[in-house]
Write a protein that binds this ligand. Sequence first.
Ligand code: MG
Length: 246
Amino acid sequence: MTEQKAVMNYMARNELMSFAPSAALIDMDGTLYDSMGHHADAWYRMISELGIKCDRDEFFMYEGRTGVDTINIIFRRAYGHDASPEQAKELYRRKTVLFSEMPPVEPMKGAQRMVKALLDNRVSTVLVTGSGQNTLLNRLDTDYPGAFPAGMRVTGHDVSQGKPHPEPFLKGMRLAGVHPENSIAIDNAPLGVMAGAASGAFTIGVTTGPIPEKALWDAGADIVYPSMDALADKIGSLVNSFNMSI
Ligand code: MG
């Protein structure tokens, strides 16, 4: 699908006469950082330490959820009930420690160029992640200078309902002072794309791991790219499409 066609479909669906986005709401893990493998390993080790059986790859399917949501999925399966809030907090802390002990992750290839292209086109950038992993949050200012200042971040600590609920993206829009129809959501995971689509933003899915493109289309993406480099190449034409009116 071309950028122009995707934007026209979005405008028709939302009964818009024009579309000029002023903010991009951007996921962190698997989008800004090539971190999903480490997260899956850390989850697998933390849950295994409890003596609960789990599959390392299942954690890719939970990508986008808050830590507490993920813990409760496992607890309900193993014990038939949620973890207590204190227990969930402690287990998530253990998982973040295991993650922080792994080798450093790199920014996703193409993501720095993608973010710079947005800023160059006067689209402001907001972080919208389910994560509370300070190991990565503390690196954003270095790896993405000026893009995600403290007031422009929604993390797992800031929401009561994580992705696929639209709350994280809606909070990001409030931080940027924009309406859904002036927003772009960018995410690599089906649950994140579902949340973006439910928030009303023009939603871009990018495959950066084992999840196939079809899963992102099925989750409601307006357009899907096979890599962050591919999206970075198209930011200019996307913004131009957005500024067209019918
Ligand atoms: Mg992600």
